[in-house]
Design a protein around this ligand. Sequence first.
Ligand SMILES: CC(C)=CCC/C(C)=C/COP(=O)(O)OP(=O)(O)O
Ligand SMILES: C=C(C)CCOP(=O)(O)OP(=O)(O)O
Length: 294
Amino acid sequence: MDLQTFMKDRKKLVEDALFSYMNAVKAPEVLLESMNYSLKAGGKRLRPLLVLATLKSFGKSEELGMPVACAVEMIHTYSLVHDDLPSMDDDDFRRGKPTNHKVFGEAMAILAGDALLTHSFEVMEDLLNYDVKPIKVVTLMKELAKAAGPTGMVGGQVADMEGEGAQLSLQDLEYIHRNKTGKLLGYSIVAGAILGDATEEQISKLEQFADHLGLAFQIRDDILDIEGDAAKIGKPVGSDTLNEKVTYPSLLTMNGAKEKLEYHIKEAKRILEEIPLESDLLGQLCDLIAKRDH
Ligand SMILES: CC(C)=CCC/C(C)=C/COP(=O)(O)OP(=O)(O)O
Ligand SMILES: C=C(C)CCOP(=O)(O)OP(=O)(O)O
């Protein structure tokens, strides 16, 4: 199947599902407005698409992946709302729009982020309505908590903050990116595989695949922060330099960063070839990530 068609169709399905989960929430109006503002601001919906593409690669109905796809996008959106706060990156634009705290104020942005995070676990419970066994639902929830929490994204964000202005090694930088960005991307793939009844061996290979994909995604992000077009990426370029962040180009030079990106994409595709899959969507996603302009 062609990736462009897949992404266009599924993006709409994911957004419909996301908004239908949100429409069912009874909460103070301003909180819902703030949560919806960031959820509806757009974004590539890459993590949900990874869940669905992996399920399809195992020949399973993608509908089954919708609760996980939406939960992951809610957690990703919360992380961006908090990442933009004055106490963190202090950014004014995200997804081409003023950041959440610029519109709703800092306190509401913090609470909207908290609400998106906690609500995501309630959304996961919907898996039971797709006849997923309770033990599998618990495993998927536990893995999500691990990927998003102190041993994953939050831990990576702390290492990122502590590394600002410091002299980091490539190993330090990889730790940050594996956790801050890689773990949630990896979870999206592994969750799709778990729902697709993948074997332990296939899951372990997909974890290695996701590791390379996550690092490649972040290297491209660092490159776009220098070479990207602000209108396309929906946020100003040069913020890493402004925040004195160590990046792949700053450590390895721009050419070195591009070589590293190529290496991780090549490795990801090599590992993918070792798993018999029913579609080439994940392989096509590698190419898309390597060349993305937003
Ligand atoms: C617990 C929290 C708040 C986690 C934030 C995770 C995350 C991936 C932030 C964006 O990273 P970035 O700052 O490298 O990207 P961008 O340039 O898009 O802000
Ligand atoms: C992890 C990073 C680098 C933050 C942005 O993630 P995305 O590039 O997936 O952001 P959206 O498309 O969801 O806005």
